[in-house]
Design a protein around this ligand. Sequence first.
Ligand code: NAD
Length: 371
Amino acid sequence: MNSRRNFLQKLVASAIAFPLIPADAYTLNEKKEDPAWDGPPLRVAIMGLGSYGTRVAEAMRDCKRARLTGVISGTPAKITNWQSKYNIPAANCYNYENFDRIKDNHDIDAVYVITPNALHHDQVIRVAKAGKHVICEKPMAVNAKEGQEMVDACKKANVKLLVGYRMHFEPKTLEIIRMRKEGELGKIGFFQGLSGFTIGDPTQWRLNKALSGGGAMMDIGIYSINGARYMVGEEPVWVTAQETKTNPEKFKPGVDETIQFQLGFPSGAVASCLSTYSMNNLDRFFLDGEKGWAELWPATGYGPIKGRTNKGELTQPHMTHQTVQMDEMAAIIQEGKQPVVPVDGDEAVRDLKIIDAIYEAVRTGKKVELK
Ligand code: NAD
């Protein structure tokens, strides 16, 4: 029964062909009521049982249409612990050597890759080759070339590739996007994005370029890049950037500590952003238009997100981001639902191209044009 269901589900999923994203990715979706789902849940295996993987697993307890059914880990003790905590059968447990065998597992529809950044590329491609849909954490890859290879591999395998952009489902964020799209803020002129925190343990993988692919920009600065795009509603055409390093011992070559960067958009709007591993209290977005303004502060933490506009406080309720994200991603994978802001691999490659350009601008000291 399960395998028949799985077969039918895959048939439906592949019939709703790519691409998910409309030509103008920022036009408002038609407001369709999401009919109550009476089909099977999306059965997800988590790869990488670390701090964020644990957060996602806990949040999935409240999901209506996504369910944790498998794990992939290199640590047998963690597997045993997760098996008892989440009721996961031994047949759905894998390690990094044997997870290609997930191909033959009919109780798993998708794998959520939540490992260090530089591992995502190979792991996502292996999952795609095993015929399972993939959800991958941000940054999807460590550069645009690798990101594009992941997108191509998933297309070739006819599986969907989604990226853990949880803010794309956050109600206050979506309200500001609605206001901007409906003209309530007027012509947008400026966005400011501040993303940073003081990072601790100098031995962690986030400060090891071989595993992180970079520094603060890869980990936290990406929120300002992605935020600038969904708040302004355009794709940037140029980048300038400047780096400051106060602690070269902790932040080795290739691991950025603090980068200020500027983005220019086709309309003439500009963005000014800060990405850092050396300052706290930096999680703030500000959007300014001719008719109004909007602020989110905190803008991208786990919440509650707080926001206000020239019209007053935003009052949309807080919902656990990862619960909403996983239910929405189940709808995207199973029914081809279109999110207001894309969460697919192409969306991630757009961010990675900007990260590549920021690093180039830092290296050369020049303005970098984006194609
Ligand atoms: P973490 O260190 O807590 O967990 C990483 C996991 O990967 C660990 O279980 C570790 O054992 C495993 N792993 C597998 N191979 C490894 C290797 N070779 N070296 C080191 N660890 C290895 O990290 P995390 O905070 O859970 O971050 C994981 C991913 O999730 C990152 O890509 C990060 O950017 C992303 N993340 C996203 C959010 C978000 O809000 N969307 C928040 C935190 C982290």
